[in-house]
Write a protein that binds this ligand. Structure first.
Ligand SMILES: [Zn+2]
Length: 65
């Protein structure tokens, strides 16, 4: 089974999980947030910008309508 690296979108914690195919993302082991994102190989220099953009969409969704 593959091991995936996840990032918590709430607190930014990185953690690894062995996931079965089709299984949803695991909750954060630190803060328990269900909003975790699977990191991919192309996760690059704009990761922080992507993170902030996602956070802003959660906090201020009216900006993106
Ligand atoms: Zn967290």
């Amino acid at each position: 089974m593959p091991i995936y690296e996840y990032m918590c979108l709430r607190c930014g914690r990185l953690f690894e999980r062995i996931m079965k195919v089709g299984e949803g993302g695991p909750p954060c082991p630190d803060c328990g947030a269900p909003e975790t994102q699977k990191r991919v190989a192309s996760f690059g220099t704009n990761a922080w910008a992507t993170f902030l953009d996602r956070m802003e969409r959660k906090v201020s969704p009216e900006k993106f309508k």
